[in-house]
Ligand binder design. Structure first.
Ligand code: 13P
Length: 287
């Protein structure tokens, strides 16, 4: 059964570890992540961007696929199905389709409008027992056509949005989606510290988990980050393993062209990446 992300994140914040959000793109992706979470007895959040939702036929298909997979694979660890960087309309559609968690990314609106829309969605989510993530200060880089400049969030605005009753808060602290450029300045721990001081128990979310050095991840967790989003890294490991298979000519040997064989190395590579992240984030054994 899908669960809201509230309880797992409260526990993570109190226990000083983070739950990984891994974005899904198809059945193989979902299966690899769920099996790894179960094997490691770790709670997990499956992220779905609006683009990925569309790619997988729509939110209803995604919600039903994930729910059925949890049942068929006998997954017992807590799993939240979460809309990643949702629009106002997308958030409503996912609530309708059976997601257990949503992110409303109103960071591109003026703060007053972000507050107003977030407030309305908080009301709907509370009623349905769904967790809701809000964002303050845009996260840089490009993800599914959404481009952000990567500014640091204003801690006072974070406090204002946290007080609206959201479950978790994403705050820009110099993090960006995708690979980090060589001249990246690193995370602003000063900003993170100021945000955590003002928002107290609120679980904080770190987007752009791909390519952040381990020591920075650990420091971010020590300063209140309890959810870390990873997307690109699974895509890179899947692509690399698939490329190796093809380059080795394995698809030309016997029935190597069978999609179940062709996609297997990529699926295994996703498992390895997810395992590495869960170990780093400290969520292993916390389910
Ligand atoms: P990366 O693609 O950089 O891992 O970021 C993922 C993310 O933040 C999803 O919201």
């Amino acid at each position: 059964m899908l669960v809201s992300a509230e309880e797992m994140l409260k526990k993570a914040k109190a226990g000083k570890y983070a739950v990984g959000q891994f974005n899904i793109n198809n059945l193989e992706w979902t299966k690899s992540i769920l099996l790894t979470a179960e094997e490691l007895k770790s709670p997990v959040i499956l992220g779905v961007s609006e683009g990925a939702g569309k790619y997988m036929c729509g939110y209803k298909t995604v919600a039903q696929m994930v729910s059925a997979m949890i049942e068929d694979l006998n997954i017992t660890v807590p799993v939240a199905l979460h809309l990643d960087h949702g629009s106002y309309e997308g958030a409503k559609a996912c609530i309708e389709a059976g997601f257990s968690s949503i992110m409303f990314d109103g960071s591109h609106y003026p703060i007053e409008e972000n507050v107003e829309k977030t407030k309305e969605l908080v009301g709907i989510c509370k009623e349905k027992g769904i967790s809701i993530e809000a964002e303050v200060g845009s996260i840089g880089g490009e993800e599914d056509g959404v481009v952000g400049a990567g500014e640091c969030a204003d801690p006072k605005e974070c406090k204002m949005v946290a007080d609206l009753g959201v479950t978790m808060l994403a705050a820009g602290i110099g993090n960006i989606h995708g690979k980090y450029p060589d001249n990246w300045a690193g995370l602003s721990f000063e900003t993170l510290d100021a945000i955590q001081q003002l928002t107290g128990d609120m679980p904080l979310v770190l987007h752009g988990g791909t390519g952040i050095p381990e020591d920075m991840i650990k420091k971010a967790i020590s300063l209140g980050v309890s959810k870390i989003n990873v997307n690109t890294e699974c895509q890179l490991s899947f692509a690399e393993a698939t490329r190796k298979y093809i380059e080795a000519g394995k698809d030309l040997e016997g029935k190597g062209f069978d999609p179940r064989k062709l996609l297997a190395p990529g699926a295994e590579a996703i498992k390895a990446t997810v395992k590495e992240k869960m170990e780093l984030f400290g969520s292993v054994g916390k389910a």
